[in-house]
Design a protein around this ligand. Sequence first.
Ligand code: GLP
Length: 241
Amino acid sequence: MNLLRFDSEDAWVNGACALWTDRLRHNPRLKLCLPTGLTPTAIYGEMVRRVGAGLASFAEASIFALDEFGGLSAGSPGLTRNTLRRQLIDEIDLPLNAFHWLEVGTEDVDRTCERYDAAMADGLDLVLLGIGPNGHLGMNEPGTPADSRTRRVDLHESTIHGSARYFPELLPHQLPRWGITVGLEAILASKEVWLLATGSAKAPIVQRAFLGEVTPDIPASLLQRHGNCSVFVDAEAGALL
Ligand code: GLP
């Protein structure tokens, strides 16, 4: 595991985007899996700026959404696919058919998941991840086995309440209680994985995940066994490392 520590959030954004730009230059057909959440927002903004300035291109890349919330209307702004489109996809030169997202509205969720795994079957090049306060990755909650596939999952109570910040228009009882997530198997099989964390609230879980025992009880700790995983932290998130 490579620990990349940055003094400020600006340095953290620029550091991650410089490396992302570099990966796209070396492999224009980069196959990416991307999260939403508050953590990557500034990184997506900087990549949009770089594409606009002609410094980076996604013209031959492909992007898979990491997860999706269930039970909401298709237009809900907090859905992963809508958030990714707004913050990144619609502002860069990626062809729209190279953006893959999880359709939660279908009757046959299992089939949707099988198709998604099949589309990723030749392997991801780079997965970006945030980290949940309980160590979850995407919607892979504590207890998820390392060989889990893309599937429907129930969210933990703390994750449900934590998602209120993505859905300011919803009352607590309207928050999504389930979702579909890419499994740990595809994440751990990616050629490269970046775990992104900022702010003091993430410091304790970052410490447990990367200095503690490797256990499915903290899904992020499984990244310790990945041969090419980088952990990007600002000073606050990395304070206990
Ligand atoms: C959410 C998402 C994750 C995200 C994590 C951290 O529940 N399902 O994909 O990485 O929690 O979110 P944030 O970046 O907003 O702190």
